[in-house]
Design a protein around this ligand. Structure first.
Ligand SMILES: [Zn+2]
Length: 147
């Protein structure tokens, strides 16, 4: 199994639990937009992009971290009573986009955000983070149930 030598979220990361002295685990990752630490996976735009298949586990190491709310273009598609809605003004306001695309996007990004809430404290390895259809290893995908 591929093991990644990074740890964004020491509070739940399995790597960190196994190797508590790993230096990288002690460093917070900073949001490239506001410059403040991203403390929890449920605030992480980077991990949201991972679970919805926009980046691979390898790209976790090089892609910039942001707070979910610091990337409003993406965050506006999270529709959940537990998430305070984000409103975008300008040409990328979802109210100006094709409603069918918007609904597809809302379904996906909201599922991704709910997945982050599931992952917090789960201890799952990185390669099992994505939603089932985006898992990197086809063998690890859930089997279709027989009718
Ligand atoms: Zn931020």
């Amino acid at each position: 199994m591929m093991e990644l030598a990074i740890c964004h979220f020491p509070s739940f990361c399995q790597l960190n639990r196994n190797r508590p002295n790993m230096a990288k685990c002690d460093q917070g990752y900073l949001c490239e937009v506001c410059g403040v630490d991203v403390p929890e996976i449920t605030d992480s735009d980077l991990y949201l992009r991972l679970v919805i298949g926009e980046i691979s586990t390898r790209q976790l190491m090089t892609a910039p971290e942001r707070h979910i709310r610091c990337n409003p273009i993406q965050a506006q598609f999270i529709v959940d009573p537990q998430f305070e809605p984000v409103v975008v003004t300008g040409p990328l306001d979802k109210r100006l986009l094709d409603p069918v695309d918007v609904q597809r996007r809302e379904t996906l990004v909201t599922r991704g955000w709910l997945r982050l809430k599931e992952l917090a404290g789960s201890g799952l390895p990185f390669n099992e983070y994505p939603l089932p259809e985006f898992l990197p290893d086809p063998a690890a995908r859930p089997k279709p149930r027989p009718e």
